[in-house]
Design a protein around this ligand. Structure first.
Ligand SMILES: [Zn+2]
Length: 324
């Protein structure tokens, strides 16, 4: 019996090696082409897809998606893409026209699908802190919907939403590449666990700062989800979109409120003009506590070139500025 089986097994082993190994190496599935609307989504997509995806970002590092003008080259890259990932929630006001004009026929993924959107305060009114104070104790409840029904698009600033983004991207990639399901699922699982760990750690670290000190000012109103999730009060000099100009009256009201309240720090943003915050700092004597990453990652190697590094950098910057 033994002698009979041994050669048979060897033949099977050799055939297996000859057949399977070289074929698997000769024909690796080429990565699929993915276009993400902005740098944060591009990174989340790369984390989930790894070597299975080539990801391009329409709006680059340190750049402003609110006022982006797509070029003909952007339309061409969409036309070649198999998957396009956007934030949704009205963030990319320019995306519908671009998708239509490009002739894109692939899968369009709205990463924020399933996120509980935050309503914006009426953006035609001032963002002076006094208004927000009236919401201070109920900001876990719904704000009244404004006339336009606009919602805050900056959902990625709550890591719990980041998990939803990663899950939506995972599901879309599995649909497009069913053969790579196990690899994609494993990568997404690991990545979502990392997001979770950072979420917990950030919550604990920020909660250690006395509540009355957790009051800061940012340039534009991009930290509503962060404020809600991590219980830091943000006042914004500018409305939710960088497109809105700050009027002299807005500015005067904001400066009055900063003087009256004990706002601890001002922050510039990586994708907004810092001059507005510099002026407020000069007029109020409140120091600039550093740079927050709101709507874009940093350039590669500059310390906030992934979603998780960006988030850590923001938490570290806020904590440093709030320390007495
Ligand atoms: Zn923004």
């Amino acid at each position: 019996m033994r002698q009979l089986y041994r050669p048979l097994l060897s033949v099977i082993t050799v055939s297996f090696l000859l057949l399977s190994t070289p074929i698997a190496q000769a024909n690796p599935a080429p990565p699929i082409e993915v276009v993400a609307s902005f740098s944060i989504l591009a990174n989340i997509t790369k984390e989930v897809g790894g070597p299975l995806v080539n990801v391009a970002s329409l709006v680059g590092p340190d750049a402003d998606s609110h006022v982006f003008n797509p070029s003909p080259a952007d339309a061409k890259s969409l036309a070649r893409a198999q998957v396009v990932v956007i934030n949704g929630l009205g963030f990319e006001g320019w995306i519908d026209r671009l998708v239509k004009s490009s002739g894109f026929k692939g899968a369009l993924v709205v990463a924020s699908n399933g996120v509980k959107p935050l309503d914006f305060k009426d953006e035609t009114k001032s963002n002076a802190p006094e208004q927000k104070h009236s919401h201070k104790h109920d900001h876990k409840h719904n704000h009244a919907k404004d006339d336009h029904g606009a919602v805050d698009p900056h959902a990625w600033q709550d890591l719990k939403n980041g998990k939803i983004y990663a899950e939506n991207i995972r599901a879309a990639l599995v649909t497009v590449m069913p053969a790579a399901r196990d690899e994609i699922n494993a990568r997404a699982h690991r990545y979502i666990a990392q997001i979770d760990a950072l979420d917990q750690a950030s919550r604990v670290r920020l909660a250690a700062v006395p509540e009355a000190q957790r009051r800061v000012i940012s340039s534009h109103d991009a930290f509503g989800y962060f404020a809600q999730a991590y219980d830091v009060e943000f006042f914004a000099a500018q409305g939710w979109s960088t497109e809105r100009e700050v009027s002299a009256a807005d500015m005067a009201a904001l400066i009055r409120e900063i003087r009256k309240d004990q706002v601890r720090a001002l922050f510039v943003e990586n994708m907004s003009d810092p001059r507005l915050m510099q002026r407020i700092s000069e007029e109020t004597g409140v120091r600039i506590g550093g740079k927050l990453y709101s709507d874009a990652l940093s350039a590669p190697g500059a310390g906030a070139d992934t979603y998780l590094k960006m988030f850590s950098s923001n938490v570290n910057t806020i904590l440093q500025a709030l320390e007495p």
